[in-house]
Design a protein around this ligand. Structure first.
Ligand code: DPP
Ligand code: ZN
Length: 876
């Protein structure tokens, strides 16, 4: 396939300042009439052909300035339309008519049907499946859209911008016109038509304008959209307060659809959402679902400025809108909830998803330099690491200067398609700093490592840190340049307070941050009488790994006392990880793993520490996952031994603390009415993780079964079902609970996703059989991305022992399923296929089987570009 390269970018010879679209909707034969105002750029010869993108299109009519084109004046294939001899005039009207069959579009890109609702997905390159166009983000156009449909089939007709007329047509048809005054790239185009229920509200902006808000859902589901609406209004207000950003149209609509490849899409004024991220109430949604809805509603809304008003020049700049918008939604959630807890959750996610990506064959810079299929670059690196890079800019500049830079960015680039260079420049301009070394974070892949050791000279009252940075090689980047790494730190004294020092040399140190720029730094603090404990990378100031020589006593001290909540969690988590890794080695050596009692005791102390918020305690007690442990071990992975090590530590913690845990478990029982707020969710999270520990004690299936039966909300019910399924596989209590749950929610697909997910997570070699059987369940469908991700995605990405079964049976199922999904939906298949990205870190026997599986996909002829790209890069 073709490789697209950043350095090949050049502006197009033609522009399309205005776009007028008319849709005559029908499931089997929709007619799309596009009337484009085309403009040749100054200095471009009239003989230069106009080449438009298409993807599987059928052209039925073409005219320029009202005259039908002669066959020799154009050349059309399903994937391209070339106007070989454009008019001499610099501006002309091009009319293109295409015919589509949305009912047969199972790739869910372009115009398709989801449960009888017409909807679109155009990012990144779906618009070219609707009409021929300059389908690239630097072509900004003002859109007017007319939609015609049979009224009974589609009483609701929506597109971007503001409503601009509607009326009746002959034979039971009707129409609506929408006009979007803000020039936008084609990837932000959207259309929705169907019979949907509406939740209406309004918002008064900063300057006093009233905006009509609508959330559209499947009729009957309106009561489930209340939380999303509330989150939307809070997002609108927050963006005004935190970034001075006001909404700009008269209406803002959100539509929830049940078949969607992504989480949601920020189309101008008409966000389209995976219904999983809109619909929620206590009966059907967990606290995690509520938090995701809040975050994603905010994310898509924030794109209105970071993405839509200022968009990307080309797809290499994807992180310009995504990394920045993730950073903004993280800040929003931190302000709405608990900042410390939010930060810990973010870092857990980054480490779970981005670190393995960065450390494997799919590693790429936050701003990639080449791609074969852009759909495969909506990654944890672009999104999550991209957000961390923006966070580091704020750390380096300070909050005020950062905000000044953002203000300048909005002022300078509003209405433009911008680049990462533009973004960095505004921060250089407001701060007077040189960020050229820093900008390597965008251009260089790989997770930097810092090796740190320290010495204290009591006589000289000197404390010295020896710091060395290295960036491991990644595909096609074997030699790395030195990075600018902002490392937040504190020297913690025995009284738990930061030790003051009266001088520092060897690196620039500002506001508690060491700026590491060279390969090695000897950072010498003077006036330090007492030997401090090192609290490093506080708040996770840089997305790096640390190899720190630190006394276990110091580590325990920080885990119990660090005044930075994140660092305190980090210290405890490091202790857990270290002991899990040595337990893993003990298991491999045929020994019974053993754990230091001060570690298991500390778990009990944290659980019972009423000065800590329950949500924090729950996060601290959640042991590193099997995948986390595998990532930190790095090579020669035997998932079965990791599971044994992890189960042994869980049991040791439960046995040591059974009394504290069970008292606390009883005390946390919720007597108040349900509320999805962060504090209530935190109490449920703590109680549910205690249940998980307690369930390892004798006779505890009954406890979990009681928890399940008495649950008054989905968080508790799903948590209990998980404990039953994972800890009491096959017990009568488990069999009954699974059956009850499956029967009770049989007609609620989003809840059934949880049921699939839980069963796909059960560790051990037998789970493959359950998963295979569930693909035949009436609630399952290979055509629906949420179903596929819940069952197949969970099994292959989140079930280490089940998927990596020693005999390769998990991989055989993987190959069959990926290929089956690919026939309909290549994008979804490519996403599933990333499950094997860390195959080289497995022990040799599994490695060989995984490679065989990947090769058997690569050897299939006519593979989609999406899947071929992932499989070939994974094997390379
Ligand atoms: N819809 C995806 C997101 O918002 C892609 N833009 O991240
Ligand atoms: Zn986004």
């Amino acid at each position: 396939g073709q490789v697209f390269k950043l350095e090949d970018y050049r502006p197009n010879d033609y522009l399309i300042p205005e776009t007028s679209l008319t849709f005559r909707l029908s499931p089997e034969a929709t007619r799309v009439t596009a009337e484009l105002t085309v403009e040749r750029r100054d200095g471009v010869a009239a003989s230069v052909p106009l080449v438009l993108d298409g993807d599987g299109l059928t052209l039925s009519r073409i005219a320029i300035d009202g005259r039908t084109l002669a066959p020799m004046d154009f050349f059309a294939t399903p994937d391209q339309l070339t106007i070989t001899t454009p008019p001499a005039a610099p501006r002309f009207q091009l009319l293109i008519e295409t015919e589509l069959a949305p009912a047969h579009n199972e790739a869910l890109m372009g115009l398709y049907r989801s449960s009888n609702v017409y909807c679109t997905q155009c990012e990144a390159e779906g618009f070219r499946r609707i009409t021929y166009f300059l389908d690239r983000p630097d072509i900004l156009s003002v859109y007017t859209v007319r939609i015609e449909a049979r009224r009974h089939e589609a009483p609701l007709l929506l597109s971007n911008g503001n409503p601009a007329g509607s009326g009746e047509l002959a034979d039971g048809w009707h129409y609506a016109v929408w006009h979007d005054p803000f020039p936008k790239p084609s990837y932000l185009f959207a259309l929705v038509a169907g019979a949907l229920g509406k939740v209406a509200d309004s918002f008064i902006t900063l300057s006093g304008r009233k905006v009509d808000l609508g959330i559209y859902v499947e009729p009957g589901k309106e009561p489930l959209a209340g939380y999303a609406m509330d989150a939307l209004k809070r997002s609108m207000k927050w963006d005004e307060e935190a970034f001075g950003r006001e909404y700009d149209l008269d209406v803002f609509n959100i539509v929830a659809v049940s078949d969607f490849n992504m989480g949601a899409m920020e189309n101008k004024g008409l966000n389209i959402f995976n219904d999983k991220y809109v619909l929620a109430d206590q009966e059907t949604a967990t606290d995690a679902d509520f938090a995701n809805i809040e975050a994603i509603i905010a994310h898509e809304y924030f794109h209105n400025w970071t993405g839509n008003r200022i968009t990307c020049r080309d797809w290499f700049q994807l992180c310009l809108k995504e990394g920045l918008t993730v950073f903004r939604d993280h800040e929003f959630s931190a302000d709405q909830r608990s900042r410390a807890v939010k930060r810990i959750a973010e870092v857990r996610t980054l480490r779970a998803h981005q670190f393995p990506e960065d450390q494997g064959p799919l590693a790429h810079p936050v701003r990639p330099r080449r791609y074969r299929e852009i759909n495969n670059f909506y990654t944890a690196t672009v999104y999550e690491k991209g957000s961390e890079v923006v966070r580091m800019i704020r750390t380096i500049l300070g909050a005020e200067t950062f905000r000044a830079g953002m203000d300048l960015y909005f002022q300078r680039h509003d209405g433009e398609a911008a680049t990462i260079e533009d973004f960095i420049k505004v921060f250089e301009d407001v701060s007077g700093r040189d960020l050229s070394q820093f900008s390597l974070w965008y251009h260089q892949a790989g997770t930097p490592n810092l090796t740190i050791s320290s010495t204290h000279n009591a006589a000289a009252q000197e404390f010295t840190l020896e710091i060395e940075q290295s960036v491991p090689p990644t595909p096609s980047e074997s030699r790395k340049r030195l990075m600018h790494i902002p490392l937040a730190f504190s020297l913690v004294g025995a009284d738990c307070k930061a030790i003051a020092y009266n001088g520092v040399e060897g690196a620039s140190v500002e506001d508690g941050v060491i700026h590491i720029r060279k390969r090695r730094h000897m950072v010498r603090f003077s006036g330090v009488a007492e030997r401090p404990a090192m609290s490093l990378n506080r708040g996770f100031s840089a997305p790096v790994t640390l190899s720190v020589e630190q006394k276990a006593d110091d580590q325990f001290f920080l885990a119990g006392h660090d005044d930075d909540t994140f660092s305190r969690w980090q210290a405890f988590n490091t202790l857990l990880t270290d002991s899990l890794i040595s337990a893993f080695r003990q298991v491999l050596g045929g020994k019974q793993p053993n754990f230091a009692s001060r570690l298991t005791d500390l778990a009990g102390k944290i659980a019972g520490d009423e000065t800590l918020e329950p949500a924090y305690r729950a996060l601290a007690l959640a042991l590193p996952s099997e995948a986390d442990i595998a990532r930190d071990i790095g090579k020669n992975i035997d998932p079965d031994a990791i599971l044994s090590a992890r189960e042994a530590l869980t049991a040791a913690i439960a046995e040591t603390n059974s009394e504290i845990f069970s008292r606390l478990y009883d005390r946390l029982a919720d007597k108040d009415a349900f509320s999805p707020d962060a504090a209530s969710a935190g109490r449920r999270a703590l109680r549910n993780i205690l249940l998980d520990y307690l369930s390892l004690l004798p006779g505890s299936a009954a406890l979990a079964a009681r928890h399940f039966q008495s649950a008054t909300n989905m968080t508790d019910r799903a948590a209990a079902l998980t404990v039953l399924a994972l800890r009491h596989r096959g017990s009568p209590e488990t069999v009954k609970a699974l059956a009850d749950f499956g029967a009770k929610y049989a007609t609620d697909p989003l809840v059934m996703d949880k049921w699939f997910q839980i069963q796909a997570s059960v560790p051990g070699p037998q789970t493959i059989h359950a998963v295979r059987a569930l693909t035949g369940h009436p609630a399952f469908s290979m055509a629906n991305p949420n179903r596929v991700r819940s069952l197949v995605g969970t099994f292959s990405s989140a079930n280490q022992t089940g998927f990596h079964r020693a005999d390769g049976e998990g991989y055989r199922f993987f190959v069959e399923t990926v290929l089956q999904v690919e026939k309909r939906n290549p994008q979804l298949a490519a996403r599933l296929a990333t499950a094997l990205r860390s195959w080289r870190s497995l022990e040799p026997a599994r490695q060989a089987k995984a490679r065989e599986a990947l090769l058997s996909i690569a050897n299939v002829e006519n593979l989609s570009a999406d899947l071929r790209d992932i499989v070939e890069r994974t094997l390379a």
